[in-house]
Design a protein around this ligand. Sequence first.
Ligand SMILES: Cc1ncc(COP(=O)(O)O)c(C=O)c1O
Length: 393
Amino acid sequence: MNNSILPTYNRSDLFFERGQGSWLETKEGDLYLDFGAGIAVNSLGHCHPKLVETLKNQAEKIWHTSNLHNIMQQNELADFLVENTFAEKVFFTNSGAESVECAIKMARKHFYDKGLEKKNRIITLNGSFHGRTLGTIAAAGEEKLTKGFGPDLQGFDQVTSNNITEILDCIDDQTAAILMEPIQGEGGIKSLETSYLREVRAVCDENDILLIFDEVQCGVGRSGRLFAHEKYDVLPDIMAIAKGLGGGFPIGACLATNKAASGMTKGTHGSTFGGNPLACAVARSVLDEITSPGFLEEVQRKSKIFMQELSRILDQYSDIFEELRGEGLMLGLKCKVDNMELIETGYDQKLLLIPAADNVIRILPPLNITDQEIREGINRIETIATSFQEKIK
Ligand SMILES: Cc1ncc(COP(=O)(O)O)c(C=O)c1O
């Protein structure tokens, strides 16, 4: 613990000095297997040689110019995202919360410019997480996020996931958008049902409502597809991304169709650092790698190994774990014992896991983790489970 740091995090005692691939090394030289990837950020592991090379090369050319001028790396990254997604416009940010903020502002401005000033409310899902700004905590609406930070920002209505009736009951002529994570991350690795997402899309189309996906955690290859919504064959009008996009370099983006983005004209939004040349160069390298032939197929194959092994562990240790959730390399084990105690026991086994709500432990390894590392991590999870089983006997 450092007294100079605002104590908002529940930190472990670990300090890491180096990282390579799926491994992190402490000052003392202890190696930890990273099944958390900085909470779904180090999509290509630590210090991937191509990303290091890109960053070094870019650092020697130009770091920052401001968005008052054209930024070549930003243009190239935006073009890439437009070519590979539903989007026609991109705005770059530095984080997930900023990307969601941009999405909220964009949806409201779209209807404002159409003369529909009162069409400004956004429907969100219970158990969601969209960041820690005043706007994004109000969007999620959870008391654990908003308590003490009032007055709350207005304009959000929460409904239960996978329940189309609640959405239909909630919609009125003030509803501008519906915002959801196709796979809830912080909420405990909960996927939305395909039929539900398709119904939501249809409801949006019928009622002139914009559909916003928050793929900050589940996007950029994490689900085994470039973006999680591809599985459902449902396209959003706006999408927020971040985390894995920079592979560890801070960058986010808000993607949109021309129609949804129509209100975001000169002077309506901005960011000093958003779209910085260093960040954009690295993100472009991340995307080149993730979209290279066979990469996402490998993520899906590795996901199957995890699923098989974790299902076996679920059966074998049924008094420790109760459910396996997730897709691709965004997996969750709902626990019967305290998830934080399991994660702390994981530190003894030199395995890093991530907690989530609903008493879940998240497994979010680098997308290029090797088969051998998967098996090593699974062995460590079994050791953790065995030690717990002995404890509760
Ligand atoms: C789905 C989702 N949206 C938004 C955020 C906020 O991202 P950031 O912490 O980069 O602001 C997160 C972070 O965990 C997230 O998982």
